[in-house]
Design a protein. Sequence first.
Length: 116
Amino acid sequence: VQLQAFGGGLVQAGGSLRLSCTVPGRTGSSFDMGWFRQAPGKERELAASIRKNGFAYYTDSVKGRFSISRDNSKNTVWLQMNNLKPDDTAVYSCAARVRTNQFDTWGRGTLVTVSS
């Protein structure tokens, strides 16, 4: 299973971007999915996740600015990022819990750059 992530790019502080991630070939299935990010020189962190039942989690630094949503029929999850800050600059990667209770399946990262 290979996740496909789209979105990212360069945006000014205060701007918005939307990332999307799809699990191709698995229509009808659904997984817990998440968006991780890794900024230069920092450890990877879970920015947001959403369970199959729609329960969402956000790390404190993005609460009120990011929104994660999903369409199970399309096996797609979106991360809407508003009021972006330079500290949000990172490579964002989507992941899914496919075989285990851990995020065991990953997509290629997409770079988000927020200029001040």
